[in-house]
Design a protein around this ligand. Structure first.
Ligand SMILES: Cc1cc2nc3c(=O)[nH]c(=O)nc-3n(C[C@H](O)[C@H](O)[C@H](O)COP(=O)(O)OP(=O)(O)OC[C@H]3O[C@@H](n4cnc5c(N)ncnc54)[C@H](O)[C@@H]3O)c2cc1C
Length: 360
């Protein structure tokens, strides 16, 4: 079924892009507002399901602008493929360098107010603005913030050429001890190639022993995660300590990948936040992705859950008669997604609590 009308989406990372495509597929005009310009983005690895782009665009595989191979892919590869689909869709307008300060609604419209004071109006407004969501402040004012889970994840990617290709892992691996867990994953090359010497190893190191650094740098403030530690913001002493630990704790080739990333100062530290939602919608506003629910990456499901949000939201809106029942459609969306989203975050909290407690 098709609907009409317009949607404003705040945030054009993976959830915002996927939601724009599913809403366009049901006939809505979409304006995406993104504060960044695609530089300085961070991301780990994600599991891409079969036929992802066909599912969310409704196009046959021969018409997908930039196909993506199913399996483990970098954030950048997934983002690139979604961006190509967005650029090819005439119903979607992406506006970068446009930060949203606040959102609001009345009986017939919802809108975002940008940093320059412009009001961008639609029939619905979707918050896809991540774990520190501005839209969540409006949807769930009683519970606006995700909370710090008690540990950081250091992430990096190393080229096979730099670390040597002997004993190349075939699968995701978990290594380490009680307070340091390394999740390693083999990745194709930047061009998608899996040929020897062009592959890469990605790694994510769960570390509950550096909360002092997170607090002194302002990355974590009280219970709230403010920002990631970018490569230049990680002290040299921390790089040296991490290198020593990596040599002791992790076997080759994972230690080689970590040490190569440290040598190049190509490591990002992301303090992990969690958010169990009580609600996903209010009136004409709805949340998707990490704005709606923030699980620890240990669940490995944040991306899949964001895809389900994008699909469920379009399904609920398409089921309503044209021009009516937006509030009811959004409540249907919440009904379809809330339980599963809560369950996912709660399942990860068991890991988070025991992992953080071991280092305390
Ligand atoms: C270290 C790490 C590892 C992860 N590993 C995995 C994994 O292995 N598997 C998995 O499935 N998931 C993983 N995830 C989660 C996954 O990346 C996310 O769930 C998924 O990408 C959806 O994110 P999002 O688009 O909702 O939010 P985000 O990626 O946070 O994007 C939010 C977007 O909104 C923009 N924005 C924010 N505020 C505003 C504003 N006021 N105005 C305009 N724009 C704004 C931001 O610039 C950003 O582009 C991981 C996450 C992290 C942090």
């Amino acid at each position: 079924m098709h609907t009409h009308g317009s949607a404003v989406i705040v945030g054009a990372s993976l959830s915002g892009l996927m939601t724009a495509l599913t809403l366009s597929q049901i006939g809505m005009r979409v304006t995406l507002l993104e504060r960044s310009d695609d530089t300085g983005r961070t991301g780990a690895a994600l599991h891409v399901p079969n036929g992802l782009l066909e599912r969310i665009t409704g196009l046959p595989s021969t018409q997908v602008p930039q196909p993506i191979t199913p399996g483990i892919q970098t954030w950048f590869a997934v983002h690139g493929a979604l961006r190509a689909a967005i650029d090819a869709d005439p119903r979607i307008e992406l506006r970068q360098n446009t930060a949203v300060r606040r959102v609001d609604q009345d009986a017939s419209h919802a809108w975002a107010v940008t940093g320059s004071g412009e009001r961008v109006v639609g029939d619905v407004l979707i918050g896809a603005d991540g774990h520190r969501s501005v839209v969540r402040q409006h949807v769930a004012p009683h519970k606006p913030d995700a909370t710090f889970a008690g540990y950081v994840i250091w992430i990096g990617i190393a080229d096979e050429e730099a670390i040597g290709s002997r004993r190349w892992p075939r699968d995701v691996a978990f290594r380490g001890d009680n307070t340091n867990t390394l999740l390693g994953y083999p990745l194709p090359g930047v061009d998608g190639s899996t040929a020897v010497d062009s592959r890469r190893l990605g790694w994510a190191w769960y570390d509950a022993s550096r909360n002092g650094l997170l607090r002194s740098s302002g990355a974590v403030d009280g219970n709230v995660v403010r920002h990631s530690l970018m490569p230049a913001g990680i002290p040299n002493t921390t790089y040296r300590e991490l290198a020593g630990q990596a040599r002791r704790l992790f076997p080759s080739p994972w230690s080689d990948a970590v040490l190569d990333s440290i040598d190049r100062r190509a490591v990002i530290g992301t303090p992990i936040a969690e958010y169990v939602p009580d609600q996903l919608v209010r009136g004409r506003l709805a949340l998707v992705g990490d704005a709606a629910h923030v699980p620890t990456p240990m669940t490995g499901s944040g991306f899949a859950e964001s895809l389900y949000d994008a699909e469920a939201l379009a399904e609920a809106l398409a089921a309503q008669p044209v021009g009516t029942g937006i509030d009811a459609a959004l409540l249907d969306y919440e009904g379809a997604r809330l339980r599963s989203a809560r369950g996912l975050v709660q399942s990860g909290q068991g890991f988070s609590r025991s992992f953080a407690a071991r280092a305390a």
